[in-house]
Design a protein around this ligand. Sequence first.
Ligand code: ATP
Ligand code: MG
Length: 313
Amino acid sequence: MTAALLDVTGLERHFDGVRAVDGVTFQVQPGEVVSIIGPNGSGKTTTLNLVTGTIPAHGGTIALDGARIDHASTVDIAEHGIARTFQNGRVFATLSVADNIEVGIHSQLQAHRPFRRLSHVFLLRWIPLLAELFVAVFGTPAARRERAGIDTVIDLEVDRFEARLGPRRDDPAYTLSYANRRRTEIARALALQPKLLVLDEPTAGMNQSETAEVLAQLLELKAAGQAILLVEHKLDLVMTVSDRVIVMDGGRIIAEGDPQTVRTDPAVIEAYLGRRRESGSGAAAPGSLSEDERSETETKRGDLADSGEEGSA
Ligand SMILES: Nc1ncnc2c1ncn2[C@@H]1O[C@H](COP(=O)(O)OP(=O)(O)OP(=O)(O)O)[C@@H](O)[C@H]1O
Ligand SMILES: [Mg+2]
């Protein structure tokens, strides 16, 4: 058995009285695509926030490639090899597509960021800052070589979304459509060449054809051996792309297995449909989730439905 790429044990996080993540244990193997699904508020995003160091855990351990990362900073975790996108999408609005992607690899730069390790030492932070300024103003042969490498990475990532991002490489992100901003965010995460790609609802707010495009890109990444931890409400996409599905409810894992097993698990059907029954909107159907029921589980959020000036995609 191969060592797990990501090994999460007994993870805990509460917000005041709410146990948002309550003893969660799971692994992601190298090259594996694992999805976390569950009703709204079940702790999916909080789990991703803990794994990526966005917020600290109140208990449990997280290891990447055998090294503990549960007390590491987000920057260190990114350097260890975890890159993420956010549920509501986050790009720098005034930066171009290319510059947004470049931000993703900034932490990895060597020649442009001499003495970068000293930036962790409070009293010596001025040394890397001055060194970076020197490199920016005068340049060095190593920095010029590194610049060429950065441009290659940006080109590769823009090419991944060629038809969409290619013509918009130098456009500021605020002029992009919503879907293209999300593509830019995924490109920025991939520029890090992460061991584990963490995606929080990458298709939220996207229409059917945009969602299909993202699915095709995820399948391509999977075929290339990219390990992915995905949170997503669109169950058809989840069932198509995932090797394994984890179902959360109330901060706990209530089911886990291959897509087909999870789809027909009574506890999963109850978690999704029990809320409908409680609200008096009908009885749970036996067997697997139907198309209607699955589409009902998709989150409709006003804040995600904005569209940019350039059109639908
Ligand atoms: N920063 C916070 N402060 C207070 N409570 C929070 C915070 N973040 C999450 N919670 C609470 O923790 C619980 C889990 O939230 P989380 O965002 O992880 O759910 P989710 O499964 O991602 O839901 P959704 O599908 O709606 O995105 C919810 O009850 C939520 O209100
Ligand atoms: Mg969420």
